[in-house]
Structure formats: structure tokens, C-alpha cells
Design a protein around this ligand. Structure first.
Ligand code: ATP
Ligand code: MG
Length: 247
């Protein structure tokens, strides 16, 4: 019988795959976006680690912001040894140092023939780039931001990978301003860190974390603004839709 169901790539993040009706559509390019500290890096690395541990998918995490040691310490807190996963060949984590003054180009590094061969040889099914902003900075030589990001997305789709790009947004809020990256990607997960007034009494405030799926081509998805927490094993998403707008 002909099945119209699309193939899914589950994130393994508790509470999220139900909202995605099973996971990201296979081959999709997903933006995970928000202000500093909203948990973009944790989200992206959790996607790669879960891929290996829960679904047997090999994944590659590429950062230009943090050292592998720093990510290792962060994930040991969550009970996952990313160095061991790397040694066992189940994931690969790279912290790239780009030296533009020596003519190095980030976009070239992560779309080169050498890079593609390495991904195919490793058998990568998942890729995470943290953050996309640097790609955008290097896009001038490739016809501008739109062409640069498109080149990256097309390269990874051809490799058969389902990819997360984190994206640093300087302004949050209920209605973020959108840029070229938002229109090109297949899906957007928007993470918010919101100060809730009086939540701990009349005077005190606290930060709450919220997640929304702003876009996900090819699939139905949860339309709410959902609370999430960073717990002892990483991100958990809860389904009580937020109605409060007192940010
Ligand atoms: N073990 C932990 N338990 C609970 N919360 C944690 C834990 N580790 C980190 N956090 C929270 O996660 C935040 C950092 O998350 P992450 O590094 O993913 O943010 P980010 O969005 O990538 O930030 P940036 O834009 O600066 O790179 C910290 O500011 C802290 O609030
Ligand atoms: Mg980060």
C-alpha cells in the first residue's frame, strides 16, 4: 500500500517529538533561535547525543564558540560522556578555529569536498552547526547571506542529513523580527527566556523558558507556546500552553 507518511527524525527531547508529530521531517534544515542563554547549544547537542543513544544515528556537532572540553563538562552534568561517544565513533564533535586573516573561510570549510567525503565516510545522519551567524558573516563571497545559507542547506540535504543550525538573535519577545535565515530554513524552533514579574511573590521575578515551533514545512505541529526546563538530563518540554503575556 502506498504510504504518504513522511520519514521523521526524532529529537529524543522529552515532550518535543509529540509536538512535531514524530520528529523533524527527514532532510529538513532547522533553525534553533533565541537570545543568549536560551539553551540553543544544549538543544542542538542533545539532538546529536540522543540520535546516537536512542536511535543509532551518527551525528556531527560543529561549534565555533566553545571548546570540546566545555561541551563535555556541560553534558557530563546531564549524565552523558560526549568524549566517550566520540571515541566509540557514535558522534563527532568539532570546535573549529577560523582564521580569516590567513584566508580561512568557515563556509568553505563546512561545504568543501573534503568535508562532504568525511561526512559520508562517517555515515552522518544528523548535523548541528553552532551558530549559523558565522556562516552569514562569510557569505559575501558566495553571493550574500541568502546564497550562502542556501549553499549550506543544499549541501547537507544532498548528504541525506537532517540539520540543526543554531541562530543568535539579539532581540527576543513574543514577536521577534525576522531575517533572511528564517525564510530559507524548513523549520524554526524559537526558544525564549522570559522574565515573569511577581511569579515568586509581589516583588520578585523569575525567568521562565518557553519553546514554540514557528514553522515546520511538510507537517502539522503544535501551535502553542510551551514551557521547557533544563533538568538533570537536559531539556524537557511541557505541554501546558502558556496564556500569560505579562513579560
Ligand atoms: N546543568 C544545568 N541545569 C540547569 N540549567 C543549566 C544547566 N547548564 C546550563 N544551564 C542553563 O543553560 C544556559 C546555557 O545554555 P546554552 O549554552 O545552550 O545557551 P545558548 O542559547 O547556546 O547561549 P549563547 O547564545 O550564549 O551561546 C545557562 O545560562 C543556564 O541558564
Ligand atoms: Mg550557545
Amino acid at each position: 500500500m502506498l504510504s504518504l507518511a513522511i520519514e521523521r527524525v526524532p529529537t529524543g527531547i522529552p515532550g518535543l517529538d509529540e509536538l512535531l508529530r514524530g520528529g523533524f521531517p527527514k532532510g529538513a534544515a532547522i533553525l534553533v533561535t533565541g537570545i543568549p542563554g536560551c539553551a540553543k547549544t544544549i538543544f542542538a547537542l542533545q539532538y546529536i547525543v540522543n540520535g546516537a543513544l536512542k536511535y543509532g544515528d551518527r551525528g556531527v556537532f560543529i561549534t565555533v564558540e566553545q571548546s570540546v572540553d566545555q561541551l563535555h563538562r556541560q553534558f557530563m552534568e546531564f549524565g552523558h560522556d560526549i568524549k566517550k561517544l566520540q571515541e566509540d565513533g557514535r558522534i563527532a564533535v568539532f570546535s573549529l578555529e577560523i582564521k580569516p586573516e590567513l584566508g580561512e573561510d568557515f563556509l568553505m570549510r563546512i561545504t568543501s569536498e573534503e568535508f562532504k567525503s568525511a561526512m559520508l565516510e562517517f555515515g552522518a545522519k544528523r548535523i548541528a552547526i553552532d551558530p549559523l551567524n558565522l556562516v552569514m558573516q562569510f557569505s559575501a563571497d558566495y553571493g550574500g547571506e541568502r546564497r550562502g545559507i542556501q549553499r549550506l542547506i543544499t549541501t547537507y540535504k544532498k548528504l541525506g542529513c537532517t540539520t540543526i543550525f543554531t541562530h543568535e538573535r539579539s532581540k527576543g519577545g513574543l514577536e521577534p523580527e525576522f531575517g533572511v535565515q528564517d525564510f530559507i530554513v524548513d523549520g524554526i524552533i524559537y526558544l525564549q527566556l522570559i522574565k515573569v514579574r511577581g511569579a515568586m511573590g509581589e516583588r520578585e521575578s523569575l525567568f521562565e523558558r518557553r519553546l514554540s515551533i514557528l514553522k515546520m514545512r511538510e507537517t502539522d505541529h503544535g501551535q502553542g507556546i510551551y514551557r521547557f526546563e533544563i533538568e538533570k538530563d537536559g531539556i524537557h518540554v511541557y505541554h501546558g500552553v502558556f496564556l500569560r503575556t505579562d513579560q
